[in-house]
Design a binder for this molecule. Structure first.
Ligand code: ATP
Ligand code: MG
Length: 664
């Protein structure tokens, strides 16, 4: 329509417009940060729908669920409510939706449970026991290590044995047992009707590679596929979208920037985007070279930084914005002063009219934020944290979810493994024996009340045990299938609050969290959907947790790891803790290509800033076992031409509390 055409002309530059309206086929948009890649892909979806493509036949894959929500609401602003029908979400989110429909084709029940990281680790531990690998001494492979290896092997599509030989030569005697454990892990998942995050991709891709009927059905279902942040996909994900596109009409638009590839530890590789044209002959490549996000001063700094990388595809990036201040580099006496400085700076900006939510502190590691969180709380500055312990990873939330999970999927062994030891007198051995009963039975309640199970319960715990079974009955009576909220309230009316009071600190706060969970659950009309959604939210793709005193919709300073800040932007950005041995970290530097990967992480951080960028570092830090040691500034700062930044002299400019002396 004319209105849409006008809008395209107003909102996109010519290169962006060409990419957004590219002909059908395989298209790649390879461009730097702030060049409008995400904007272009959003407009491309609008363009496709305006041309008559049904919104429900478009699959838009984003890196986070938040990003998906944002793109859909932008799209709604362009084309109206039709936008809601587009399939949008992360790979895992979409995989879950598809497998709920087609689980039987890969040997699962559609009511499967999704395992989070901790459940996975517990199951791997059992699998290691199956393979005889427990109690072989303190040098035995750790469950977390094996879990990561299994997942990594899957994501980079390499044989487990090869990775073991490469990374754990000291495991010589155990390699075969670890492989046996991987097979046992697989069996245990299937017996429990549970999938881990990788299965959401792996089984989805098996639907395509092994099943002709499913392949053509998926091809018909998704006539157009679009992927944002393609540089952080792994081989499984890339092959998945390309296979669906080929099975269908051959329409795939991939968008990304190899210089922002920062998920190597999860099996992502920037080659997956660079080799797109090679893998898909005849594809069109688009480049965007105008940066609309950041001032020329910030772009000059970030260009200079990334040019130090040996690897990567060279790109030119020119700011479209007016000039502003150069990035500022500040050294503070120590980490306390650094936290202090950040608080002071944030307050000064608020005075200037820059609200807290327009400012972000982006750090390399979550623990870099702990001191700052303390300082913010003390000063009553509201903040929100996009990293660290997530709502759904907390013990009490997982307990309550386990009550619901066994209702949805009675064979969910990891959930039983969480619930049973909540009862007094039930240790690991008894829990395991009772679970074996449940797994062998049709009805878990019958199994729990069987003489074999009752024999295992110590006399003094019989009362609690009976009460637990009664709770399971009343949760069932609350019809959890259709009303997950009532089921959670039933958990709160049973024995669980007593358990929480006996086991946890701050039980009242925790029970209040559970009430909040029931409010969230009230929005769902199916237990399966609720449980799956909550487990997916506990994925790496973050939920926010509010700092003390922060209101859900109020103005809050954003604290985030750099990895969680991908694709986003703020008026003012502060990157703290820029010291050698911190950022870049020693562990990263020890790996081949590690320095370049760390520099890309730094690049992602600094390219989030629109108007002002502050880089801070403490001159002294405390390291466990080493006491206070002097630092040197990160190479990521010192390697950049000093003409491109300003060094702030805080003693004269700010009235910082130097004289307060060291704090405990
Ligand atoms: P990243 O690599 O960080 O994900 P990106 O390439 O996806 O960045 P966008 O987030 O789409 O970039 O755009 C960056 C900023 O520039 C946004 O605020 C966007 O609204 C703005 N922008 C993009 N294109 C234009 C344009 N043609 N005119 C005005 N503003 C634009
Ligand atoms: Mg983007």
């Amino acid at each position: 329509s004319d209105r849409l055409r006008e809008r395209f002309e107003r909102e996109l530059n010519e290169a962006q417009r060409l990419a957004a309206t590219a002909p059908d086929g395989f298209n790649l948009i390879l461009a730097g940060p702030g060049s409008g890649k995400t904007r272009v892909i959003t407009y491309r979806v609008a363009y496709l729908i305006a041309r008559g493509v049904a919104p429900e036949s478009i699959l838009l894959v984003t890196f986070t669920r938040r990003a998906a929500r944002e793109m859909i609401s932008r799209l709604e602003g362009i084309i109206g409510p039709k936008a809601m029908k587009v399939w949008a979400g992360t790979f895992h989110h979409v995989g879950n939706r598809i497998l709920r429909k087609s689980a039987r084709a890969v040997g699962y029940d559609p009511n499967f449970t999704i395992l989070d990281g901790e459940d996975q680790r517990d199951l791997v531990k059992l699998a290691l026991e199956d393979a005889g690998l427990v109690g072989t001494g303190r040098y035995a492979p750790k469950p977390a290590t094996v879990q990561h290896l299994i997942s990594f092997a899957f994501n980079v599509k390499r044989p487990l044995a090869e990775l073991i030989a490469e990374r754990h030569p000291d495991w010589i005697g155990w390699a075969e047992q670890v492989e046996a454990a991987a097979a046992a892990y697989e069996r245990r998942k299937r017996a429990s009707n549970c999938m881990d995050y990788d299965d959401l991709l792996g089984l989805w891709s098996r639907l395509i590679t092994e099943n002709e009927e499913q392949r053509s059905a998926l091809g018909r279902m998704f006539r157009h596929l679009l992927v944002d942040e393609m540089q952080d996909t792994n081989l499984v994900q890339v092959e998945l979208v390309e296979a669906i596109a080929r099975a269908g009409e051959g329409n795939l638009t991939a968008v990304g920037d190899d210089a922002q590839s920062i998920y190597k530890f999860r099996g992502a590789h920037y080659d997956n985007i660079l080799k797109f044209p090679e893998r898909n002959p005849g594809s069109q490549v688009f480049r965007l070279e105008t940066n609309y996000r950041s001032t020329p001063e910030i772009v000059a700094f970030t260009n200079a930084s990334i040019s130090k990388n040996a690897s990567g595809f060279p790109k030119t990036l020119v700011s479209a914005r007016e000039g502003g201040p150069r990035p500022v580099v500040v050294a503070t006496a120590d980490a306390y002063e650094e936290a202090d400085l950040i608080c002071q700076q944030v307050l000064d900006w608020r005075e200037e009219g820059i609200g807290l939510s327009r400012v972000a502190v982006l750090y390399r590691n979550h623990h870099d934020s702990i001191l700052l969180q303390g300082e913010l709380a003390q000063r009553g500055i509201p903040y929100t944290v996009r990293s660290g312990m997530r709502f759904f990873e907390q013990a009490h939330i997982k307990d309550v979810m386990a009550y619901l999970r066994v209702q949805a999927n009675p064979k969910d062994e990891p959930a039983w493994a969480r619930l049973l030891p909540l009862l007094p007198g039930i240790g690991p051995a008894k829990s395991s024996a009772i679970r074996a009963n449940i797994m062998a039975s049709e009805n878990p309640i019958v199994a729990l009340e069987s003489p074999e199970a009752m024999k295992l319960v110590p006399v003094k715990s019989k009362g609690e045990f009976a009460a637990f079974v009664a709770d399971l009955r009343s949760i069932r009576k609350a019809e959890p299938e259709s009303n997950p909220s009532a089921a959670i309230l039933a958990v709160l009316k049973g024995g669980y609050p007593g358990v929480a009071k006996a086991r946890y600190e701050h039980p009242d706060q925790r029970l209040a969290d559970v009430e909040q969970l029931s409010v969230l659950a009230a929005r769902y009309d199916s237990l399966d959907k609720f449980v799956a959604d909550m487990l997916l939210a506990g994925d790496v793709y973050g939920m926010d947790s509010l700092g003390e005193g922060a209101e859900p919709d109020g103005e809050q300073l954003v604290l985030s790891t750099i990895h969680q800040a991908k694709g986003l932007e703020w008026f003012r950005v502060i990157v703290p803790r820029l010291v050698e041995h911190g950022f870049p970290g020693d562990r990263a530097l020890a790996e081949s290509g590690g320095e370049d990967e760390e520099r890309r992480v730094f690049y992602v951080a600094v390219t989030r800033a629109m108007d002002e960028l502050w880089l801070t570092y403490p001159l002294m830090v405390t390291r466990p076992g080493q006491g206070s040691i002097l630092t040197s500034p990160s190479r990521f700062v010192t390697e950049v031409d000093p003409a491109l930044y300003e060094v702030a002299d805080i003693e004269s400019e700010n009235d910082l509390a130097w004289t307060e002396g060291p704090r405990a």
